[in-house]
Design a protein around this ligand. Structure first.
Ligand SMILES: Cc1cc2nc3c(=O)[nH]c(=O)nc-3n(C[C@H](O)[C@H](O)[C@H](O)COP(=O)(O)OP(=O)(O)OC[C@H]3O[C@@H](n4cnc5c(N)ncnc54)[C@H](O)[C@@H]3O)c2cc1C
Length: 360
């Protein structure tokens, strides 16, 4: 019998794959159900690799590649209001960004749990067993390197296929960001993100931005928040994610994107890799290191670039973009030797900084 502790994306991805491999599996979740961790909110799913064709990067195609075929709510965002500290432009992304519903009915967690149950996995709720050798531990973040706070506002005017993305260090210090995603009802979610040393201000800074930035004030138009959402994440890539025979996955292992806090891909992929290692006798550490090497390096390097250059990094990236443009993010990125030089330097600097101060 395989045992998984924690019913977030990582634990659920492992559970579905154990069950599909014909193994008996039980999942223990501390809460009364899965999908209880968040109020309903859309989260951005990144491409597994930047060079991957769009057809392989839709939410269902990505999940299918990782052995997952859940029913859940998702949609694409293609139009952006992009805000630098000095400019606001509406742009269309060449490739849309998949948004996945997290939390509550229709969420990816609920879809994966239903799929796992159909395949024969057993669920134990309000259960927190002590990890034993051979267990998969997927209990989420154990440290705070970043925090996000969001408020929901009633708004039926904000286009449902649009997204707002703002880099302004006044509200999201050290190169973090604020965004708006329209929800399925007549609300929008305004979310602000910060890294450690600013995390306790993330809520205050969101409300300050809503008060001070005209673009936000015009959208929110005096409405009061109808609810809030938030959470924190921890990024600490370990030397080994197997300790005392226990396999750690997702944020419980420290797998998280230190640049933007986009940890869903890390969570799903590490859950499946742990299952494959246990079911087929593979080396989990080698597997996740191979899978995450390039992404982790790019995420750490970009955290360094944005932490140091902040607004200037985003202004620089956006300098040639005009209102109404269609934008291909990959082409805007540095290429070739310039990219290697800049990324390698910032990666090295960021790792030194992390080694000394233990923060990104
Ligand atoms: C507000 C917010 C917005 C985000 N937006 C994005 C985004 O846009 N894109 C993106 O890619 N990522 C985003 N993330 C990050 C992403 O949600 C996480 O990285 C990912 O969900 C981590 O999955 P996980 O399975 O490792 O852990 P979790 O999702 O944290 O799941 C852990 C589970 O374990 C359970 N648990 C905890 N302790 C125990 C125990 N002792 N015993 C049993 N069960 C236990 C918890 O109840 C929970 O269900 C966001 C995070 C937050 C907080």
């Amino acid at each position: 019998m395989r045992r998984i502790i924690g019913g977030g994306l990582s634990g659920l991805a492992a559970a579905v794959n154990f069950a599909k491999a014909g193994e008996k599996v039980e999942l223990h979740e501390a809460r009364k159900a899965v999908g209880e961790q968040f109020h309903a909110n859309y989260q951005v799913l990144l491409k597994e690799r930047p060079d991957m064709p769009w057809a392989d990067s839709t939410a269902p195609a990505y999940l299918k590649r990782w052995g997952l075929e859940p029913e859940f709510t998702w949609r694409n965002a293609q139009k952006f209001v992009c805000c630098t500290p000095t400019r606001e432009l509406t742009i269309t992304m060449k490739q849309p960004l998949p948004l996945i519903l997290r939390g509550g009915e229709g969420s990816l967690e609920r879809g994966l749990a239903a799929e796992a149950e159909r395949e024969g996995a057993k669920f134990h709720y309000k259960s927190r067993p002590k990890p034993q050798p051979g267990d998969v531990v997927a209990t989420g973040s154990y440290r705070t390197d970043m925090a996000a706070f969001g408020a929901y506002y009633e708004n039926s005017d904000f286009p449902r296929d649009q997204f707002l993305y703002m880099h302004d260090e006044k509200y999201s210090p050290r190169g973090w960001y604020l965004y708006i995603i329209p929800m399925d009802d007549d609300t929008i979610k305004v979310m602000n993100c910060c890294s450690r040393s600013h995390t306790k201000h993330v809520r205050r800074l969101l409300y300050k931005a809503v008060e001070e930035r005209k673009v936000l004030r015009d959208i929110i138009d005096g409405a009061k928040p109808t609810g809030t959402v938030g959470g924190q994440g921890g990024a600490e890539f370990p030397r080994s994610a197997v300790r005392d025979g226990v396999y750690y996955t997702g944020e419980a292992a420290g797998f998280q994107d230190p640049w933007r806090g986009f940890g869903m891909n890390y969570a799903i992929e590490s859950g499946v890799l742990a299952q494959r290692a246990l079911s087929n006798g593979g080396n989990y550490d080698q597997m996740w290191k191979a899978q995450f090497r390039n992404r982790k390096k790019a995420d750490i390097a970009r955290r360094g670039i944005f932490a140091l250059l902040g607004n200037r990094a985003f202004e620089m990236a956006m300098r040639k973009v005009k209102d109404g443009d269609t934008v291909d993010w990959e082409k805007m990125n540095l290429q070739g030797w310039r990219k290697s030089l800049v990324y390698n330097s910032f990666y090295a600097m960021e790792m030194v900084k992390k080694g000394i101060w233990d923060r990104w």
